[in-house]
Design a protein around this ligand. Structure first.
Ligand code: ZN
Ligand code: ZN
Ligand code: ZN
Ligand code: ZN
Length: 181
């Protein structure tokens, strides 16, 4: 819990709970809501970009029929609720200790360095963490023995070191792996 408190702005006491994944999703685009958040008198919640697309600021709540409940207004209470939610990483069991804002957790899941990676070689069914994949692809005693090069974003490097065939490029900044063929 100490980690959780350090990430928030306040030292408010926190409790663990679980919520429906879609509990705070936009009624129009179904993406997790991030402030500013708008609500109609019926309680339909809409994200800011979707609100901009709605004629006369009346929600449709995912249907083609326009909601007749009235105009959308900003909902500070929903914004407060959403901002107070921190989501444990989907890959916590793989060792990820990140907990992210509700509206960021799907993005984190897609980028999480602890997410399982599959070997791209046809016929090879290895699935493991990214660190394990690097070993699997490049180890001299491994199955593929592909050459690898470490690079940094925005720092030029000599492409002539990239050998013909498959070559693994490993980014020093974020650990991402790229296969060049
Ligand atoms: Zn939306
Ligand atoms: Zn509505
Ligand atoms: Zn993670
Ligand atoms: Zn493989």
């Amino acid at each position: 819990m100490g980690d959780v408190q350090e990430q928030g702005e306040s030292s408010a006491k926190r409790i663990k709970c679980s919520i429906e994944e879609a509990a705070f999703c936009c009624g129009e685009c179904n993406e997790p809501l991030r402030p500013p958040i708008f609500q109609c008198p019926e309680g339909h919640m809409i994200c800011s970009p979707c609100r901009g697309d709605l004629p006369e600021e009346k929600c449709t709540f995912g249907y083609s029929v326009r909601c007749t409940a009235g105009n959308l207004a900003r909902s500070l209470s929903v914004e407060h609720a959403v901002e107070s939610i921190l989501v444990d990483c989907h890959y916590a069991e793989n060792g990820c200790t990140e907990n992210t804002a509700y509206y960021y957790h799907v993005k984190h899941r897609l980028m999480c360095p602890h997410a399982p990676c599959e070997c791209p070689e046809p016929g090879c069914d290895l699935a493991g963490k990214r660190g394990e994949l690097l070993d699997h692809l490049t180890a001299v005693a491994g199955l593929h023995k592909w050459p690898s090069t470490t690079f940094q974003y925005w720092v030029p490097f000599d492409l002539r070191i990239v050998e013909p065939g498959t070559h693994v490029l490993r980014c020093k900044n974020d650990g991402q792996l790229f296969l060049v063929s």
